[in-house]
Design a binder for this molecule. Structure first.
Ligand code: ZN
Length: 382
């Protein structure tokens, strides 16, 4: 039922519109017009004001012809850089970029699939539940759009977010992620004439870092020291080092432990350094911990899960449950009370200039969404 050439055209049109995070205005207007031409009501929230960016989140309300609770279909409108002036090349069924930009299949392959599904439902007058179509801004680099979204504007309590790779996969679990910033303050001094008056923050940082456990901690927990900044010149004893780290786990208790372990290594090391120091007030330490995003866990008994699996079965494949290491808008929705399952669109090598997607995978994603709505609307499950 999915019209492959129409889906292809929608995707091409979408990726040609620049929409790096914070600059989603043009693509938002395009999608809004598209929905309104289909007869779907739209509304924008006030995310632009909250985030001090260009565009709001966009919501489309399709009422359908079945009196059922609404389903949400959601995709993000922004892309990463280099994502301006994208020229899609289509060869042998595969979309790629010219090679000097990303393709933008993340997440425009999802927007295209969702819009094509709406085309099919409307032109065939299929029986359908109400559908909330949610297009978010600023997903990349912080899930800010979903975070700013006023979910009281939505009718749906569950839904689907095509924002992953495998079109035959469904994400059942995604981790919590925290960012930890360690700021070590020493005392500067001339490195040649009076180094004994200085307290070296780089050395203190190095001692602490050498004792940190990082990388894969266990099968569901990771930790990374990602960034280190400090020092001014070789002839100055450095008085400041900032270290930024992150930790992730599917188990909130394990995440807490990893963070506690890191904190105590730093605290203990800095304490030891202080005892040896020429000035007992230095080095000193400040630690900031911020939640980046919180976990998602969907039980396989949830209607959102069973519905998708039944749809996969009807289409002739077994939908694979996945545990992923990254976050998406689903992490935000989950903690706002909307259970959204992330599915795949076929996009590969995302966030690189080698990004590509096969049209047949986008068709499969759209077919899965359509079948989900079909099953749900016929009230055979859920
Ligand atoms: Zn994405």
């Amino acid at each position: 039922m999915i019209n492959e050439s129409r889906l292809k055209q929608i995707f091409e049109d979408l990726v040609k519109i620049d929409s790096p995070s914070g600059h989603e205005k043009d693509v938002c207007v395009w999608i809004k017009n598209y929905l309104e031409n289909l007869g779907i009501r739209t509304k924008e929230d006030n995310a632009a004001e909250i985030l001090n960016t260009e565009s709001n989140n966009l919501i489309g309300y399709f009422d359908g012809n079945k009196n059922l609770p609404a389903i949400m279909l959601c995709a993000h409108m922004d892309t990463v850089e280099p994502g301006r002036g994208i020229e899609p090349i289509f060869e042998n069924g595969v979309f790629k970029s010219r090679g000097d930009t990303i393709l933008g299949a993340d997440d425009k392959s999802a927007i295209a699939a969702i819009l094509e599904v709406m085309n099919v439902i409307i032109e065939n007058n299929l029986s359908s539940c109400p559908i909330d179509l949610v297009f978010t801004v600023y997903e990349e680099g912080g899930l800010k759009g979903a975070n700013a979204l006023d979910t009281s504007l939505l009718r749906a309590g569950f839904g689907y977010i095509p924002d992953s790779t495998d079109p035959e996969g469904i994400v059942e679990s995604s981790p919590s992620c925290s960012r930890i910033v360690f700021e070590i303050t020493g005392k500067s001094a001339h490195a040649g004439s009076e180094p004994e008056k200085g307290v070296n923050a780089v050395i203190a940082a190095a001692k602490a870092l050498s004792k940190i456990e990082s990388g894969r901690i266990d099968d569901e927990t990771t930790c990374n020291i990602g960034l280190i900044r400090g020092g001014k010149a070789t002839n100055i004893v450095p008085d400041k080092v900032v270290i930024e780290a992150e930790a992730r786990s599917h188990d909130p208790k394990k995440l807490e432990k990893v963070i506690e372990d890191m904190k105590s290594v730093f605290e203990k090391t800095i304490m030891e350094e202080k005892e040896k120091s020429s000035d007992r007030n230095y080095p000193c330490l400040e630690i900031k911990i911020e939640d980046d995003f919180k976990y998602v866990f969907l039980s396989r008994d949830e209607p959102v899960f069973k519905l998708a699996q039944q749809a996969g079965k009807n289409l002739g494949f077994e939908l694979k449950a996945k545990k992923v290491g990254g976050g998406s808008d689903a992490n935000i929705f989950f903690h706002k009370g909307i259970k959204a399952a992330v599915i795949g669109t076929g996009m590969k090598k995302i966030h690189t200039v080698d990004e590509y997607v096969e049209l047949k995978d986008m068709v499969e994603c759209a077919s899965l969404l359509l079948e989900i709505i079909n099953i749900y609307s016929s009230e055979k499950i859920g």
